[in-house]
Design a protein around this ligand. Structure first.
Ligand SMILES: [Zn+2]
Length: 330
C-alpha cells in the first residue's frame, strides 16, 4: 500500500498521518478504528514504514532502502505487532511487549508497536499499557487497531489520537486486487472471502493451485446438482487429490461455503445476482431450482460441521467423505 492509495479511500486519515509525518509531530499513541481489520493493520504498517524509511519521497516510503526491505520481510527489530492470545490480550502479553521494546531499540531512535484487536485487552492489560503511555520515552509509537473502539477503556481512548476509517467497500478492494495481480475480479473476490488479509489474498492469487481450486468447487457443485450419486467417486478421484492436507481442505470447504451462501441469497431474493463465481449463473439456477432455502441452510451447516471436525483433528479424507454423504442425504 502507498499513501496515494490510502488517500483515495481514506482522505481524512491519510491527511492526518501525512501532516504528522511532514511536521515531525507524530503522537505516541493512535487508535485506528474501522470495519475491516486487515486494512487497518496495513495502514499501520504503511505509517511505520514511512517513519522508518531512510529515503522517503515526501511521505511515501521508497520500498528499497534497508529499513523498507526489513519491514517487507518482517525483520525490522524496532517494529512489533501483537495479537490476542486466544480470547483476550492479557497483562503478561503487554508486559512482554514492553520489555521486548526496552531490550530492542538498539537500531534507531524510533520504535513502533501495533496491537491487533486492541478492544480485547483485559483491564489489567490496558492499565499496564496506560502506565507506559505516561512515560513513553522518545520515539515510541503505539498503534491500537480495533473494530470495536467503544470497548476500549475511556482512559485509553483519552490518551490516544483516534483515527476513524470510513467503511471499506469489499468490491472496491477486489477491483484493486484484480488490477494488482491481473486476474478476474471474480477470483479476487473469492480470494478475499477466504484470505481476508490483502497480502495473503495477493499471494494466493499468484498460485495456480488457487485457480484450480475455483474450478474444482464448480465441478463439485455440478456433480452435486446433476449426478449426486457420483459424489463419493468425485471426492476420491478429483477433490481429495487437489485439497490434500487439513489446511488445503479447509480452503476448499470455505470456497464451497461461499458458493452455498451466494446460492441462498439468490434463492431468497429474486432480484439478487450472485457476486462470486459470477460466470456460473446457469449453474446457480440449476442448483437452486430443485432445492429449498432450508436445504441450502442445511448444506451450510454440514460444511461448518466438517470444518469443526478438521479443527478437532479428524482425518481430512474421512471428513470430506462424510460431508459428501451428508450432502447427498440433504
Ligand atoms: Zn525506504
Amino acid at each position: 500500500m502507498r499513501f496515494e492509495q490510502l488517500a483515495a479511500s481514506q482522505t481524512v486519515v491519510a491527511k492526518v498521518m501525512e501532516n504528522s509525518i511532514r511536521t515531525d509531530k507524530v503522537g505516541h499513541a493512535y487508535i485506528f478504528s474501522g470495519d475491516y481489520e486487515p486494512y487497518l493493520i496495513e495502514t499501520a504498517q504503511l505509517f511505520a514504514k514511512s517513519l522508518f524509511c531512510e529515503a522517503p519521497d515526501g511521505v511515501e516510503p521508497c520500498g528499497d532502502c534497508r529499513n523498507c526491505r526489513r519491514m517487507d520481510s518482517g525483520n525490522l527489530v524496532d517494529y512489533l505487532e501483537m495479537e490476542p492470545d486466544g480470547a483476550s490480550i492479557k497483562k503478561e502479553q503487554i508486559q512482554q511487549l514492553l520489555s521486548d521494546l526496552s531490550l530492542r531499540g538498539a537500531e534507531g531512535d524510533r520504535q513502533v508497536y501495533v496491537i491487533h484487536q486492541a478492544h480485547k485487552m483485559t483491564t489489567q492489560a490496558a492499565n499496564s499499557l496506560l502506565k507506559f503511555f505516561e512515560e513513553p520515552g522518545v520515539g515510541k509509537l503505539a498503534i491500537l487497531v480495533t473494530t470495536q473502539p467503544q470497548l476500549l477503556l475511556p482512559t485509553i481512548r483519552s490518551r490516544a489520537q483516534q483515527l476513524v476509517f470510513r467503511p471499506i467497500d469489499r468490491n472496491e478492494l477486489a477491483d484493486k486486487l484484480s488490477a494488482d495481480v491481473a486476474c478476474t475480479t471474480d477470483l479476487a473476490r473469492l480470494a478475499l472471502a477466504v484470505y481476508p488479509k490483502w497480502d495473503d489474498a495477493r499471494e494466493v492469487l499468484h498460485n495456480e493451485w488457487f485457480v484450480q481450486s475455483y474450478g474444482l468447487v464448480v465441478q463439485l457443485v455440478e456433480v452435486l446438482t446433476k449426478r449426486p450419486q457420483e459424489l463419493l467417486l468425485f471426492a476420491q478421484e478429483k477433490w481429495l487429490g487437489h485439497f490434500k492436507g487439513r489446511n488445503e481442505l479447509r480452503v476448499g470447504l470455505e470456497l464451497f461455503e461461499s458458493w452455498l451462501e451466494e446460492s441462498l441469497r439468490f434463492k431468497v431474493r429474486t432480484d439478487y445476482t450472485p457476486q462470486l463465481f459470477t460466470r456460473e449463473q446457469a449453474l446457480y439456477q440449476a442448483f437452486i431450482s430443485n432445492r429449498s432455502a432450508h436445504k441450502i441452510v442445511h448444506a451450510i451447516e454440514h460444511v461448518h460441521e466438517a470444518i469443526r471436525r478438521l479443527e478437532a483433528n479428524v482425518n481430512p479424507q474421512l471428513t470430506f467423505e462424510r460431508l459428501t454423504f451428508d450432502l447427498q442425504k440433504g
